[in-house]
Design a protein around this ligand. Structure first.
Ligand SMILES: [Zn+2]
Length: 230
């Protein structure tokens, strides 16, 4: 019997484990077993774990408060923004370690697929995900495909809810972090280290960007999933 659920679901999240790439090179993720099915008479046994990690680990969300005091923190983000129609712009053919996505490329996408609608979550796919299992290659001494300041400004004009990318960041260090400044400064959110974005159509999916709900959180690990109507 086929499922009555009228959507196909996609997991756009990398699995958290100790060996994954991270911003500063030390992943910081530890899953510690505190109790290991220790049997007691007449009781079921449990494995109890403790998690330790950097907030900006794996597939994670940057809230505006990440770089702007007094702006929205993780728990203040609206579900109306975290659940959004998704636009996936595939620039993986052109992307390389010093590549910066340009306004012209976004405009070419819009000519082919129509304007980016207000309220969209935009994923820039660079294909860099292919190095995820090689942490040093993925990190690459902070050289990875990024996004230009002008694209961030264009996305603000389009009034998107947020920007996602399949690299460590839409900004390379040493370039002033203009994408973070522009988008987070306008109360938008950023999702980094996205997985499986190749599975998405250019338009027509809905993304659920759901970070762990931390008080005054500036970044948080998350589950990012997409639904596409069957
Ligand atoms: Zn970031």
């Amino acid at each position: 019997m086929s499922s009555p659920f009228p959507y196909t679901s996609f997991d756009l999240t990398h699995t958290l484990e100790e060996t994954i790439p991270s911003w500063n090179g030390s992943c910081g993720f530890h899953q510690v077993t505190k109790l290991d099915y220790t049997p007691k008479e007449n009781e079921i046994s449990f494995r109890v774990q403790q998690l330790k990690m950097h907030a900006g680990i794996g597939t994670h969300l940057d809230a505006p408060a990440h770089c702007n005091l007094g702006t929205l923190s993780i728990e203040q983000l609206s579900l109306n923004h975290l659940i959004a129609p998704c636009v996936m712009i595939d620039l993986s053919v052109a992307a390389h370690e010093r590549y910066t996505a340009s306004v012209e490329e976004v405009q070419t996408f819009e000519k082919a697929h129509g304007m980016i609608d207000p309220g969209s979550f935009v994923i820039i796919r660079t294909g860099w995900e292919r190095f995820w299992k090689e942490p040093e290659r993925y990190h690459n001494n902070y050289l990875f495909p990024a996004v230009s300041a002008e694209v961030a400004s264009l996305l603000l004009e389009r009034n998107v809810v947020g920007l996602g990318i399949d690299t460590l960041s839409p900004d390379r260090p040493g370039e002033g972090f203009p994408v973070h400044a522009t988008l987070l400064g306008a109360n938008k959110y950023i999702v980094e280290n996205i997985a499986n974005s190749a599975l998405l159509p250019p338009k027509g999916s809905i993304t659920f960007a759901l970070p762990i709900k931390t008080h005054r959180g500036t970044e948080a690990p998350m589950r990012l999933v997409a639904l596409i109507k069957k």
